[in-house]
Ligand binder design. Sequence first.
Ligand SMILES: Nc1ncnc2c1ncn2[C@@H]1O[C@H](COP(=O)(O)OP(=O)(O)OP(=O)(O)O)[C@@H](O)[C@H]1O
Ligand SMILES: [Mg+2]
Length: 389
Amino acid sequence: MTDKLLYEGLRILIIDDDREFSHSIEDFLQDRGFLHNYIDDGNLGIEKAVNNECDVVLLDLKMPKMSGIKVIREMKLKAPEIPIIIVSGTIDIKEAVTAVREGADEYILKPIYDMTELELCINRVWEKYLLKRQLEEYKQGLESLVFERTKQLQVKTEELTQSNELLKSEIVKRKHAEILLKKNTMNIIEAIEQERKRLSQELHDSVGQRLMFTKINLELLAKELKQENEKLNNAIEGVSLAGTEISSLIKSLYPVSIEKYSLLQNIKTLIESFEKISMINVEFGVEGNEPQIEKNVKLSIYRIFQEVLNNIAKHSDAQNVRIKMMFQNSELSAEISDDGIGVDFENEENLHSGTGLFSIQERIVQLNGNFNIRSKNGSGFTIEFKVVL
Ligand SMILES: Nc1ncnc2c1ncn2[C@@H]1O[C@H](COP(=O)(O)OP(=O)(O)OP(=O)(O)O)[C@@H](O)[C@H]1O
Ligand SMILES: [Mg+2]
């Protein structure tokens, strides 16, 4: 026997019609520190269990008023957690199996000769009960934790859904703003082009015509004079030069040829005049066939080439320029590179010094395209872009 009582104060309820048996164990239970109560009626026993007046039940199977199996069944319904130890005088295997099936925890044979066995049995069922309770508490703790976490998760999900909605409406707003901006830029570009066209026509009709008539009149005068006059010849040459200059200005303001000829023809003419003016050599290559291109799109692409070549003439100090154009699937890809001094774009000032590159970018955006510029100090300048035709 153990010296120290492990479950002192445990309330044992004996439900048995055999008072002798109860007497036989009472002293032992008392000695081991258990509290005990005796009852010979199953119904009263169930009542005590339901009222929480006991911790462990010792139950006889054969009782006249109510069978032990019935008591187990009722008790498991009304106070399911209370451990039940069957104490039976007969070895009836079938009965023992039924009792365990109904929920009995242990089975001991009467009379009990070795009380240690009874003590161990009580200890076992009580330990099992405590373990079950711990497990239950743990499960409840876990469940409330899961509940708490699920609640937190729901709150977070709701927050996320809300911010997602906010983000969505923000995206829609931005898209609207972008469309508006694109429309506005398009309007500005169109207005500029119209103004250039008007200016070019005006220059052609006024200054251009006047210069032409002055030149014709001066030439007639020279013929009438019948002898060489150096001052007159210089005047004719000056007027003629002014005529050429004004006509190239008219062309650059608005190339009328854009409406009549293909993009490639216009670009070739642009390159020829660039080579003549800048004295820079251009290597030009084309892949694919140019499709039918709408006039405004043609003009926009022409303007991009015009600005890039102007920049080369103005800033590059280059000897050679390479231009590649490729028509494919209603798209134009182009690359223009020079072998000049290049520019350091790490220095923001260089990037935003003028409006040329900005207007190139705007035109490319309008044409649903994209572009890329590569340049380093001393290693040339390359711009590549792709636009939808
Ligand atoms: N081919 C090039 N080689 C070297 N630097 C270049 C070249 N093209 C552009 N740059 C640099 O990029 C800068 C920005 O070019 P951008 O066309 O925007 O302005 P800009 O030519 O100075 O002025 P604008 O075009 O308004 O008359 C230029 O000032 C120049 O420093
Ligand atoms: Mg420029």
